[in-house]
Design a protein around this ligand. Structure first.
Ligand code: F6R
Length: 605
């Protein structure tokens, strides 16, 4: 997704800007660009290829400057094209980079066109550039403040202008923006990671903040133009996880990191009470009588899996909502509902919006399950649990998913304890299962060679169906999502019992049907569903628990998993589906870590 890096210094900051863009590359983008103020005018280079090529062009041009802005763009308004790439200029006087979406850009565009502004891009960003220009009368920060007061939607922007050479102004609403402090120098970025080589001290701007960076430091004001103080925070940047090591792709590396990530996410010595989730009072969950889980994509599937645990272990009514639907739907809030946004990045605009919507309805028991401790979602929530997946670089989520599941399982047991449905003996059993998870996952990963053979077959198909039941239905959905996003094979996940209500019509001898088959209470029902597929000559591929009594036969291929692992079984069963998708994608030669059209951290609606 879009990334911003900007700054003001006495030295040439172009290398800092380009290095920042390189660090944000993993998020996905389709064009990039950089602009500096040189010889009294903004100058820019924009590229439809990679930051590496942008860097070469910048060197060839000798582009240098102490005031600059840079961007990676993930297209929303207007195709990936040079004229739509940022930085965007207004009359060669104002230069801007922008993350987010401006909802009223058409109205503003009409007004600005009427006032004589010419539009050369299809972006909503050009509207902001011209709007700032139209308000400018010698003070860039004031012009930005007036302009953003007319915007509806989400934005993080960084702007400089020709007439004030040593100044960059930033503003945010709904999209993240941080100030990086390094001695006399100040920088802006949409993610602290972009500035990890420059500083470890950051100010997280809040919605409505406008920051004025100059060589003398920085000033922050609110929408009303009043100065506001924001405390700097020192961040420990993730270590050199960005190195691939022996792996071919980050996704593969991250799949194999799961045994460790899962172990690190389970704090073995902690009690199962509310302090595990950041509360000071161990009994803070005593009044909770419902759970509302919010998430998108893979995080939505972890929430769906967790619902089965919340209801079976803690006996607590649980609702799971897709964030983008929940935030615009009329719902009935409950005073004692625990609202749990689930997110790898903690910046996903839809989930952040859903959380804010829940808060606006009066929900004040909020608990973020998130992989980024400094994220907006964690800051916005009353309590939080930080998963220990480490940086996830591959766009397709893997270790974030399994660590979310661990966190949600811990929450289910904690609520079960608080509500008297989990006794000490049961708790000890769950602890032992969590403790052994890492070893069990390693034994699943050892099946990679068998999975590769299946992936070669799957890579030849255009469609696939994934089936599961109960807590493994969301795992089937996740398997289908992984396959389609990185291999571009069309795939659908279904609860196996639903097959005969429609999708069975798709089953022929050319249709691979992938089944996740734990030895749980639904196994016999699932076996009947498998027979329904075989009877129509569908090609069935089953990941079956060793004690599930399923053997390969005609039209039925089986890879044996370890024995049934109890309620944590979904965590084991998702691994082979991740590997299957990964190797199918490799066979098809797709860009596994940066699949087309997708972004890592989806900060627009
Ligand atoms: C799929 C994937 C996405 C994310 C979704 C939510 O592999 O990664 O579906 O899960 O965009 O992102 P987070 O978890 O950052 O809120």
């Amino acid at each position: 997704m879009c990334g911003i890096v900007a700054g003001v210094a006495e030295r040439n900051i172009v290398p800092v800007l380009l290095d920042g863009l390189r660090r944000l590359e993993y998020r996905g983008y389709d064009s990039c660009g950089v602009a500096v103020l040189r010889d009294g005018a903004p100058q820019r280079v924009r590229s439809l290829t990679r930051v590496r090529s942008l860097d070469l062009e910048v060197r060839e041009m000798g582009l240098e400057g102490g005031t600059g802005i840079a961007h990676t763009r993930w297209a929303t308004h207007g195709a990936p094209a040079t004229q739509n790439a940022h930085p965007i200029f207004s009359k060669n006087e104002i230069a801007i980079v922008h993350n987010g979406i401006i909802e009223n850009y058409e109205t503003l565009k009409r007004t600005l066109s009427g006032a004589g502004y010419e539009f050369v891009s299809q972006t909503d960003t050009e509207v902001i550039a011209h709007l700032i220009h139209s308000h400018y009368s010698g003070d860039l920060a004031q012009a930005v403040r007036s302009a953003v007061s007319e915007l509806r939607g989400a934005y993080a922007i960084a702007v400089f202008c020709k007439s004030e050479p040593n100044r960059v102004v930033g503003a945010r609403h709904g999209s993240p923006l941080v100030v990086g402090l390094s001695g006399e120098e100040s920088f802006l970025a949409s993610d602290p990671l972009a500035l990890s080589d420059v500083t470890d001290r950051f100010i997280f701007l809040e919605d409505g903040d406008i920051v004025d960076l100059s060589r003398d430091g920085n000033r922050i004001m609110n929408r009303a133009g009043e100065p506001v103080a924001r405390e700097p925070r020192t961040l420990r940047h993730p270590p050199a996880e960005a190195a691939l090591g022996p792996y071919r792709h980050f996704m593969q590396k991250e799949i194999f990191e799961q045994p460790l990530a899962v172990a690190q996410t389970f704090p073995r010595k902690s009690a199962f009470d509310a302090t595990l989730f950041g509360a000071t009072d161990p009994h803070a969950f005593a009044s909770i009588d419902r759970v509302l889980l919010l998430g998108c994509g893979t995080s939505h599937y972890s929430a769906m899996t967790a619902k089965t645990w919340f209801e079976s272990i803690a006996k607590i009514p649980t609702q799971v909502e897709i964030s983008s639907e929940y935030r615009y739907r009329e719902t009935i809030p409950g005073r004692n509902t625990l609202v749990v946004p689930v997110s790898q990045s903690g910046e996903t605009a839809d989930t952040l919006g859903a959380l804010q919507h829940a808060q606006s309805l009066g929900h004040d028991h909020t608990l973020a399950i998130c992989n980024v401790a400094t994220s907006a979602m964690v800051r916005q929530s009353r309590w939080s649990f930080i998963t220990q997946a480490g940086a996830e670089i591959g766009v397709a989520s893997t270790k974030a998913f399994t660590t979310q599941l661990v966190a949600l399982f811990l929450l289910a047991v904690t609520l079960g304890r608080a509500r008297g449905h989990v006794d000490a003996q049961q708790e000890a059993t769950y602890r032992a299962q969590l403790g052994g998870l890492s070893t069990a996952l390693q034994s699943v990963l050892a099946r990679e060679p068998q999975i590769i053979a299946w992936a070669h077959e799957l890579a030849r198909t255009n469609d696939a169906i994934f089936l599961g039941r109960g807590s493994h239905y969301p795992i089937a959905l996740e398997g289908a999502l992984k396959l389609k996003e990185i291999s571009y094979i069309h795939a659908e996940g279904y609860p196996a019992g639903e097959l005969k209500h429609g999708p069975l019509a798709l089953v022929t001898d050319a249709m691979p049907v992938i089944v996740t088959a734990p030895n749980d209470g639904l196994l016999e029902k699932l076996k009947s569903n498998i027979q329904e597929v075989r009877a129509r000559k569908g090609q069935v591929y089953v990941f079956a628990d060793a004690d599930a009594n399923l053997e390969s036969a005609e039209g039925l291929r089986v890879i044996q998993m370890p024995e049934y692992y109890g309620p944590l079984s979904p965590i084991l069963h998702v691994l082979p589906l991740q590997l299957l998708a990964y190797h199918a994608a490799c066979t098809r030669g797709t860009d596994v870590d940066k699949p087309r059209n997708l972004a890592k951290s989806v900060t627009v609606e």
